[in-house]
Design a protein around this ligand. Structure first.
Ligand code: ADP
Ligand code: MG
Length: 358
C-alpha cells in the first residue's frame, strides 16, 4: 500500500494550453495518506476521471509529478504502479467464466492455484456471485458484469491502491448499498489506500473518511463530511452538499456584522476589509423562522419531507431555505428568518474567509 503524492500536477488535453481554461485539471498539490479511504466528488466534467487516470498511469500529466511512497512514478507504466482500477462500465473477458475472470489478476501475478481458488471464492461471496462462478461472462447482465469488474478490482490484497471510477452506475439501487458496504468492510479489513469517484454526495459521504470535492478542474475542499457541512471552503461545496444546499446571500461585511439589503446579520467571527464579491452562507439547518426578529422574507412554500420540513422563502429575490422539525408550526405572522451566528460563513469571491474569533 502506498502514500500517493501529487506534486504541482496539472493536465490539459490540448498540446499547447494557453490559459487556465485549457486545463481539465488545474494545478494541484495533495497527499493521499496511506490506508485512507477517499471519495472524489464533483459534477460531471469537473476532472475526476482525468485525475484518477493520471494516478493509475493511463494518462501522463502535462505538468508535475506523482510519487508512490516518495518514489517518482510519473513515467512508470500502469502495470508497474501495481494498482487496481474499476471503471464505470464493465471490463470483463466474455469468453472466460466468472471464476477465471476473478482469478485473472492473481494468476497474472503467479499466485498458486490453491490460493487463487480460496480468494476467488471469498470475492464471489462478497459480490454475491457464488452460484454463477462457472458461467461464461458472455450473456450475463451489465449489472452482473460490473460486479465481476468490482470483484477483479478487489481480488488482490497486495496492490498500492484501489481506484474506483463511478463503479456503481450500472448497478441496481438495492445492490448499490450492498456493494458499497462490502467496499467499506474491505477497507477496514485490509486498509488499502482507496479513491472512490462519484457525483453522488450520499455515496461520497457514506463511503469515505475524507471527501475531496472538485469543481471545474480544481480541488476546492478536502475534508471530513462534518467539515464539508459546517465550513464549506467554497460556495460550490455549500450548494453541492446538503439538501437543500447552503443559502448564499450577497452582503457587505464589517467586523462582526453583515448587512444584507439594509438588514443586519450578526456574525460569529470578525472580519477585516473584504474585496470583490462578498456573500454570507448559511445552511438551512442553521436558519429558523421567527415572528419578531431577523430578515424580512416571503414564505413561498412549506414541504413536508418526512423527518423534517423544508420552508422555502424569498428575500429580495434571493432564495432562503430553512429546515424545521417535522412538528414545527408556522404561524401567519412568522415572516422573518434568523440565523445562528456561529454557523454563518463569510465568502469573498466564492472562497470562505476564516475571520477571527470575536
Ligand atoms: P469527470 O470524470 O469529472 O466527469 P473528466 O475528467 O472526464 O470529468 O473530464 C474533464 C474535462 O476534460 C471535461 O471538460 C472533458 O470534456 C475533458 N476531457 C476528458 N477526456 C478528454 C479527452 N480524452 N480529450 C479531450 N478532452 C477530454
Ligand atoms: Mg468521469
Amino acid at each position: 500500500m502506498a502514500k500517493i503524492t501529487l506534486d504541482n500536477l496539472a493536465h490539459s488535453y490540448f498540446p499547447n494550453p494557453k490559459s487556465e481554461d485549457d486545463y481539465a485539471l488545474k494545478e494541484l498539490n495533495h497527499v493521499w495518506n496511506d490506508g485512507e479511504a477517499y471519495a472524489l466528488l464533483g459534477s460531471s466534467g469537473c476532472g475526476k476521471s482525468t485525475l484518477l487516470n493520471i494516478i493509475s498511469g493511463l494518462l501522463k500529466p502535462s505538468q508535475g509529478r506523482i510519487l508512490f511512497n516518495d518514489q517518482d512514478v510519473t513515467n512508470a507504466a500502469t502495470a508497474e504502479r501495481n494498482i487496481a482500477q474499476v471503471f464505470q462500465f464493465p471490463v470483463v473477458y466474455d469468453t472466460m467464466t466468472v471464476r477465471d475472470n476473478l482469478a485473472f489478476p492473481l494468476r497474472n501475478r503467479g499466485r498458486d492455484e490453491r490460493y487463487v481458488a480460496e480468494r476467488v471464492q471469498e470475492i464471489a461471496r462478497m459480490i454475491g456471485m457464488e452460484a454463477e462462478l462457472d458461467r461464461k461472462a458472455r450473456g450475463l447482465t451489465a449489472d452482473a458484469k460490473q460486479k465481476i469488474s468490482l470483484g477483479r478490482g478487489m481480488v488482490r490484497k497486495d496492490v498500492n491502491a484501489l481506484l474506483f471510477d463511478e463503479p456503481l452506475t450500472v448497478i441496481d439501487p438495492h445492490m448499490k448499498w450492498e456493494l458499497r458496504t462490502q467496499l467499506k468492510s474491505l477497507h477496514h479489513e485490509f486498509g488499502h489506500t482507496m479513491i472512490y469517484v462519484t457525483h453522488d454526495q450520499t455515496e461520497a459521504l457514506t463511503f469515505a473518511d475524507k471527501v475531496v470535492v472538485m469543481y471545474d478542474g480544481r480541488v476546492v475542499q478536502i475534508g471530513t463530511p462534518q467539515e464539508l457541512f459546517e465550513t464549506p471552503a467554497h460556495t460550490f461545496v455549500g450548494y453541492f452538499i446538503g439538501s437543500p444546499g447552503m443559502n448564499v446571500i450577497p452582503a457587505m461585511v464589517e467586523g462582526n456584522i453583515a448587512t444584507v439589503n439594509g438588514s443586519r446579520v450578526q456574525l460569529g467571527r470578525g472580519y477585516g476589509k473584504l474585496d470583490g464579491k462578498v456573500e454570507i452562507g448559511v445552511r438551512p439547518e442553521f436558519a429558523r423562522l421567527s415572528a419578531n426578529d431577523g430578515l424580512p422574507v416571503k414564505v413561498r412554500r412549506v414541504e413536508d419531507v418526512g423527518r423534517h420540513k423544508i420552508i422555502r422563502t424569498e428575500f429580495f429575490g434571493t432564495d432562503i431555505n430553512i429546515i424545521a422539525g417535522e412538528d414545527a408550526t408556522i404561524g401567519p405572522d412568522m415572516n422573518r428568518v434568523v440565523f445562528d451566528p456561529a454557523h454563518v460563513n463569510v465568502y469573498a469571491n466564492d472562497w470562505r474567509v476564516e475571520g477571527e474569533a470575536a
